[in-house]
Design a protein around this ligand. Structure first.
Ligand code: 5GP
Length: 220
């Protein structure tokens, strides 16, 4: 274990802890990306896992910041090389979580945020259930979901229609998640994710050297 980060997001610095994997999933249009951004702004102990994808960049998206944009060939090579912690096909494109960066963060006692779908979440649960905290974000209503999907003018109409059908599929997976947030109010939702993160960081099972810490105080 190396140095723990300090500042907001750390808990009881004398006791070290394992980093956790916080997954946020939602149908597209539920507000997950905005919630993730605000969370990353407010909590310096969590970093975003940057996925690789074969999907072309949308206007404004930056390679290495939003995604690592790769070719089908490169993606296949990464799969073969065992470079992914999980990978899945979503909306006809391939997405995967590069293993190395995540493992380095966790080993350093830092937390990692994942914006991945239910397939990826299932794969992480199979590999590292103890380190995983999963949150599913629901839109407040179908009308609001439709409004948000259509407001995203960057995508062609047939993509939007496909996303509405996919949103319905994606939402059927909510029972597989540890926590559910209904995103009616953005600030409230961010506060709820922060509350989950704070509580999960305090879990006894994630805290390393607790025995030593208490023994020191007991003079044992
Ligand atoms: P978008 O193309 O709109 O950025 O993302 C489409 C969907 O793919 C979202 O539900 C997002 O959470 C999911 N996704 C993004 N990266 C990954 C990944 O690395 N693995 C998996 N399984 N899903 C991902």
């Amino acid at each position: 274990m190396s140095e723990q980060p300090s500042g907001p997001g750390t808990v009881d610095p004398p006791v070290r802890r394992r980093g956790l994997m916080l997954v946020l999933s939602s149908p597209s249009g539920a507000g997950k990306t905005t919630i993730s951004r605000r969370l990353l702004d407010r909590d310096r102990a969590i970093t975003l896992s940057i996925s690789a994808t074969t999907r072309p960049p949308r206007p404004g998206e930056v390679d290495g910041v939003d995604y690592r944009f790769v070719s089908e060939d490169e993606f296949r090579r990464m799969v073969k090389g065992g470079d992914f912690l999980e990978h899945a096909r979503v909306f006809g494109h391939r997405y995967g979580t590069p293993r190395e960066a995540v493992e380095a963060e966790l080993a350093a006692g830092r937390d990692v945020l994942f914006d991945i779908d239910w397939q990826g979440t299932q794969q992480l649960a199979e590999k590292a259930r103890a380190d995983l905290v999963s949150v599913f974000i629901l839109p407040p209503s179908r009308a609001e979901l439709e409004r948000r999907l259509f407001a995203r003018a960057q995508d062609p109409a047939e993509v939007v229609a496909r996303r509405m059908a996919k949103a319905s599929d994606e939402m059927s997976h909510y029972p597989e998640y540890d926590y559910i947030i209904v995103n009616s109010d953005l600030e409230e939702s961010v506060a709820q994710v922060l509350a989950i993160l704070t509580a999960e960081r305090l879990r006894r099972t994630r805290r390393i050297g607790l025995g030593e810490f208490v023994a020191g105080m007991r003079g044992a």
